[in-house]
Design a protein around this ligand. Structure first.
Ligand SMILES: Cc1cc2nc3c(=O)[nH]c(=O)nc-3n(C[C@H](O)[C@H](O)[C@H](O)COP(=O)(O)O)c2cc1C
Ligand SMILES: [Mn+2]
Length: 477
C-alpha cells in the first residue's frame, strides 16, 4: 500500500485501532513527555494530540508514528505482521539490483497551498511548536521534517532530516552535521556571497520521510529515491517564496533563506544518542519568508528519544543498505542488524556463513566501508549463520562463548564521527576532531578449526517442531 500523505497513513492506522487521541496537552514539555512515556510501553499507539493548550482546534500534532514493528512495516507498504529481520530482508531486496529511481512530477492540485502566509504575515508561533525535552534550549518545529535545497552547480534537489529550532516569528535555524549534502549545498551559495534558499516540509507520507533521512548517494535526489521505492512519483509543486519543488501533499512547508552572517544561539537539543552532546552554538539564521499549510495541518513530530523507533525504520533501512553493499563483494551474508537499543548506528551485527579464512574480517571491513554504517559506529560484531543478529540474546551468547578477547578483537582508529558523540573527549572537540575508534568483535567460530569447535546443545528447529506437534495440546492455554 502506498500512502500519498501523512493523513492517509494515520487513517489506515486508525482503522486498525492503533491511534490514541490526546486532548488538551501542553506544547511545553507535556507532549514530549507523553511521547517518551508511551514509546517505552510495549505495543504503544500512534499519538494524535488535538486541542493543544492555547491553540485553536484546527492544529494537531502526531508523534510516535512508527513506534512498533507493525506500524513500521505498514508505513513501508509491507504486511504489519512482518518480522523485523524480514523487513530488513525485504528492504535489501528493494534496494538491491534493479532499483530504479523515479523523478517527481509537478502537479496542479497542491493541498499544501490551501493556506499561505507571506512576509510580515509569517508567524511560526501560530503553529503549536513543541518544546520536546525539559533541557532543550527552545521549541523545535523540525524533527519529523525534510529540508529541501538545490545544488547551485548541478541543480540536484536534496532532502535531509535536520532539526529546526524556532527563535522568533520568522526566524529559525537548521542544524546540519558536517558532511551533510544540505550543508555542502548551503556552503556553495555562501562561497558565492549568496543566501541559500531552503524549504522545510513538516508532515509527509512515510516513505518520503524515510527518504529524507536515508543515505542516498550524492547526486541522486531523495525525491527520485522515494519515487523508486514507492514505484510512484512524488507529487511536487513550485514553492511560493523560492523556486524549490516542495511536496504538494505535505502538511506544512516553510520557505526562506539561510543567511550566513546573521546568527543566533542554537540548541541544546536532546539528541539521538540519548544525550545533550553538541551543546549550544552560533548558527546561521533561516529567515522564513512564507508558510504554506493545509487546512487542519498536522505537525509531524519525531523527537529523538533514547528508545528506538522515533525515526521510520532508521536501523532497519541502514541494516538493509549495508547488506546490499556487502552482497556486492562478500558471499554468505545471512543478515545485518543495527542493534536498535544501541542508538542506531553504534553497534552493527553481521551474521555470516564463513566460506574461507579471512571471510569474517572482510565482512567487518565491508561494514566499516559501507556508506550506511561508516558513521559513528563503535562496535562491529561478527556472528555465525546460526545466530539471529536481531536477537540480542543470541548475539550476547555468541560474544560470550566464541569471541576470545586476546585474539578476536581488533580496533580501527580515526573513524568518521560527529560532534554529537557523547564520548568525544573535550580536547578533541576543541580541535574539531570528531573521529572515534571502532572495535571489531569476531564472535564467529575460528575458521581454521571451526569443525572442532564444540557443538551446541540446542535442538534443531525441526526437532522442536516435532515435539511441539506431539505435546502442544498439553501446554495450550
Ligand atoms: C529524526 C531524525 C533527525 C535527524 N536530525 C538531524 C540533524 O538535526 N542534523 C543532521 O545533520 N542530521 C540529522 N539526521 C540525519 C540525517 O537526516 C541523515 O543523515 C540524512 O541521510 C542526511 O541526508 P543528506 O546526506 O542528504 O544530507 C536526522 C535523522 C533523523 C532520522
Ligand atoms: Mn542527500
Amino acid at each position: 500500500m502506498v500512502f500519498n500523505d501523512l493523513r492517509e497513513f494515520i487513517a489506515e492506522v486508525e482503522k486498525r485501532n492503533d491511534v490514541k487521541v490526546v486532548e488538551g496537552a501542553d506544547w511545553n514539555e507535556e507532549i514530549g513527555l507523553i511521547t517518551e512515556w508511551q514509546m517505552s510501553e510495549p505495543n504503544n499507539p500512534l499519538l494524535l494530540f488535538k486541542n493543544i493548550k492555547g491553540y485553536p482546534p484546527e492544529y494537531s500534532i502526531a508523534t510516535n508514528l512508527f513506534g512498533t514493528p507493525a506500524r513500521t512495516a505498514l508505513a513501508l507498504g509491507m504486511d504489519p505482521a512482518t518480522r523485523r529481520l524480514d523487513i530488513v530482508r525485504n528492504l535489501r531486496n528493494i534496494f538491491g539490483e534493479g532499483f530504479a529511481p523515479i523523478a517527481p512530477v509537478e502537479v496542479d492540485y497542491a493541498p499544501v497551498k490551501e493556506n499561505i502566509q507571506r512576509g510580515e504575515e509569517v508567524d511560526l508561533y501560530k503553529l503549536p511548536v513543541p518544546k520536546w525535552h525539559a533541557k532543550d534550549g527552545g521549541r523545535y518545529i523540525g524533527t519529523g521534517c525534510a529540508v529541501i535545497t538545490r545544488d547551485p552547480d548541478d541543480g540536484c534537489i536534496n532532502l535531509g532530516t535536520y532539526r529546526v529550532q524556532v527563535h522568533d516569528k520568522s526566524i529559525a535555524t537548521i542544524y546540519m552535521s558536517p558532511g551533510r549534502h544540505g550543508k555542502n549545498m548551503r556552503n556553495k551559495y555562501w562561497e558565492r556571497g549568496e543566501n541559500c534558499p531552503a524549504a522545510v516540509a513538516i508532515g509527509m507520507d512515510p516513505v518520503l520521510y524515510m527518504g529524507s533521512h536515508s543515505d542516498v548517494p550524492k547526486g541522486l535526489s531523495e525525491y527520485d529515491y522515494t519515487g523508486g521505492f514507492r514505484k510512484k512519483a512524488v507529487q511536487v509543486t513550485r514553492g511560493v517564496a523560492t523556486d524549490l519543488p516542495i511536496p504538494a501533499m505535505a502538511e506544512i512547508v516553510l520557505e526562506g533563506e539561510i543567511i550566513e552572517k546573521q546568527t543566533v544561539q542554537e540548541g541544546p537539543f536532546g539528541e539521538w544518542t540519548g544525550y545533550y552532546a553538541s551543546g549550544e552554538r552560533e548558527e546561521s539564521v533561516f529567515k522564513v519568508k512564507s508558510v504554506c499549510h493545509r487546512h487542519r495541518p498536522i505537525l509531524q513530530g519525531n523527537p529523538p528519544l533514547r528508545s528506538p523507533y522515533f525515526a521510520l525504520a532508521h536501523n532497519l533501512r541502514r541494516s538493509a543498505s549495508a547488506w546490499v553493499d556487502l552482497d556486492k563483494t562478500i558471499p554468505g551474508v545471512k543478515g545485518v542488524w543495527l542493534l536498535d537499543d544501541a542508538a542506531f548506528n553504534m553497534i552493527v551485527v553481521v551474521s555470516l556463513e564463513q566460506k574461507y579464512q579471512g571471510h569474517a574480517m572482510q565482512a567487518a571491513m565491508g561494514v566499516a566501508f559501507s556508506h550506511a554504517t561508516s558513521y559513528m559506529n563503535r562496535f562491529i560484531i561478527l556472528v555465525d549463520e546460526d545466530i539471529d543478529p536481531s536477537n540480542m540474546k543470541d548475539v550476547l551468547w555468541a560474544v560470550a562463548t566464541r569471541c576470545e578477547p586476546e585474539t578476536d578483537i581488533d580496533i580501527l582508529r580515526g573513524m568518521r564521527g560527529t560532534p554529537l558523540d557523547p564520548a568525544l573527549p573535550p580536547h578533541k572537540r576543541a580541535m574539531g576532531d570528531y573521529t572515534h575508534s571502532t572495535a571489531i568483535l569476531n564472535a564467529c567460530r575460528p575458521y581454521a578449526w571451526k569443525d572442532e569447535f564444540p557443538v551446541t546443545i540446542m535442538s534443531t528447529p525441526q526437532e522442536l517442531e516435532a515435539v511441539k506437534k506431539k505435546w502442544g495440546k498439553l501446554f495450550a492455554r
